[in-house]
Design a protein around this ligand. Structure first.
Ligand SMILES: NC(=O)C1=CN([C@@H]2O[C@H](COP(=O)(O)OP(=O)(O)OC[C@H]3O[C@@H](n4cnc5c(N)ncnc54)[C@H](O)[C@@H]3O)[C@@H](O)[C@H]2O)C=CC1
Ligand SMILES: N[C@@H](CC=O)C(=O)O
Ligand code: NA
Length: 438
């Protein structure tokens, strides 16, 4: 059987891992694909130290790979938006299938890329783009194909979860743990993508499109990062029976779709609260199957390579199939005709419970005024902790509220922050108590 010839662009963490897994497991992969998969060419600027490319046709110009007539599948592992877009569109234009781990590329340029690929009859596969090695795209697109998806919620950034876990368990500083995650190859080249939730929003955008059959709409995702979470918040959440996790949440509601990434208090006994380190987990609720959970390594060289190589394998199997009958990119068939126009809801319309932390001057009447502001917005308090004054005259107040609209909470926070007796911004962390099973 004719081999499938692969061109790998980028030999960093994931590119190096992909090269090594493809080489090491070549025999098993060939048996699964029904034909050998060979590395025809690599395009790189630098080579990961774990990767030995002796004897391989190599170039420093990745566009040479995209136009090489001997390459059947271009594997894009250079990252970023613009150059990656140009590279992938060039490869498609030259009739090549594409495998990518690049969530930024798919979330922002996916609609354009899928259209180009559809017109050319080639495959674009991107399992590694969401939750690294966890086969969540395959599960959602194929395994759950019978279901109306109600919601998707998960820890979908390994770096962020690694930071929160080590800050909580070892009391270490944010920057220190971030540097470690970078050294381990987990972080994006710009780590603010990880800590500010942009990377998770890219991934959530992709998951939501597959779950509900809507176009990719990254620009409508609400994104809040973990950089303002303090050791005090972690401790107070713990006292109240919660763990803080950085979640991506997308729900179907009567008003449209929620699409949001933010730190979230989760009751300690929930499965998602017990996902630690670089591990990711995604809970998905289908109307027929009920809740399901997908867990594993969300980042790292070989876990991510596992998904990249599985996609190459799928391409090898699908190559002989009429492209109209292949699994569609976003699970719903066709490019335009089966796409739903369900709107993405503005964040102000979302209803959730809240944890609030404020620093107040230790003076009678302050707490009563805060309670009045909340009550005027129709917000009721579920629990309140007022600590001893520890910072001069300032005393931390922790509040847990019942569920309310984000709009009401925004207004209440504006008024509380305007009080002369309140110092600095109010910390707000949303609380999520999804259903059973996650
Ligand atoms: N590191 C991880 O755990 C995961 C990364 N990803 C994604 O995989 C992609 C690659 O990420 P990493 O391997 O971590 O990054 P990396 O920075 O380790 O590797 C990227 C490599 O591409 C090379 N490169 C960049 N532009 C190039 C160009 N124009 N020509 C030739 N080479 C070029 C760089 O020299 C570097 O060696 C990104 O899209 C990332 O978001 C996805 C899942 C997990
Ligand atoms: N930087 C990302 C890599 C995988 O997608 C993460 O930490 O999750
Ligand atoms: Na995946």
């Amino acid at each position: 059987m004719k081999p499938v010839r692969v061109g790998i662009c980028g030999l960093g963490t994931v590119g190096g891992g992909t090269f090594n897994v493809l080489t090491r497991n070549a025999d098993d992969i060939a048996r699964r694909a029904g034909r050998p998969i060979v590395i025809e060419q690599v395009g790189h600027r630098s080579i990961h130290p774990d990767c030995d490319i002796t004897g391989i046709n190599a170039t420093t110009d990745v566009f040479e790979v995209a136009t090489n007539p001997n390459v059947d599948v271009l594997v894009e592992l250079i990252g970023g938006y613009d150059m990656a877009r140009e590279l992938v569109l060039t490869a498609i234009e030259h009739g090549k299938h594409v495998v990518t781990a690049n969530k930024a590329l798919i979330a922002v340029h996916g609609n354009e890329i899928f259209k180009a690929a559809h017109e050319k009859g080639v495959i674009v596969a991107f399992e590694a783009a969401v939750a690294g090695g966890i086969p969540v795209i395959k599960s959602l697109r194929e395994g759950l194909g019978a279901n109306r998806i109600e919601w998707v919620a998960g820890i979908i950034n390994g770096t962020g979860n690694y930071i929160l876990t080590h800050m909580r368990d070892e009391g270490r500083a944010f920057e220190d743990v971030l540097a470690e995650a970078q050294a381990l190859g987990y972080a994006e080249s710009d780590p603010t993508f990880d800590v500010e939730g942009i990377d998770a929003a890219h991934k959530l955008t992709i998951l939501a499109s597959i779950a509900y059959g809507v176009p990719l709409q990254f620009e409508k995702a609400f994104t809040e990062g973990i950089s303002r979470i303090t050791a005090e918040d972690v401790e107070q959440a713990d006292n109240l029976g919660y763990i803080i996790k950085h979640l991506g949440i997308s729900k179907r509601t009567d008003q449209g779709l929620e699409l949001r990434v933010h730190p979230t208090l989760i009751p300690k006994e929930r499965l998602l609260a017990n996902v630690h380190g670089v591990k990711n987990a995604i809970a998905i609720m289908g109307d027929a199957v009920g809740p399901t959970l997908y867990y594993g390594a969300g980042a790292g060289a070989e876990p991510t390579a596992s998904a990249v190589v599985a996609d190459i394998l799928d391409v090898a199997r699908d190559i002989a199939t009429d492209h109209h009958y292949r699994v569609p990119y976003l699970a719903f068939s066709g490019i335009d005709e089966d796409v739903s126009q369900l709107p993405i809801m503005p964040m102000e319309e979302i209803t959730t419970a809240y944890y609030l932390r404020l620093l107040a001057v230790d003076r009678p009447g302050v707490l009563a005024r805060v309670a009045t502001i909340l009550s005027e917005q129709g917000i009721s308090i579920e629990a309140l902790i007022q600590k001893e004054a520890t910072e001069g005259e300032l005393v931390p107040i922790i509040l847990m509220t019942h569920r309310t609209k984000e709009r009401q909470m925004n207004e209440a926070i504006r008024e509380i922050e305007a009080m002369a007796d309140i110092a600095g911004p109010v910390t707000r962390i949303r609380v999520e108590s999804l259903g059973e099973g996650e």
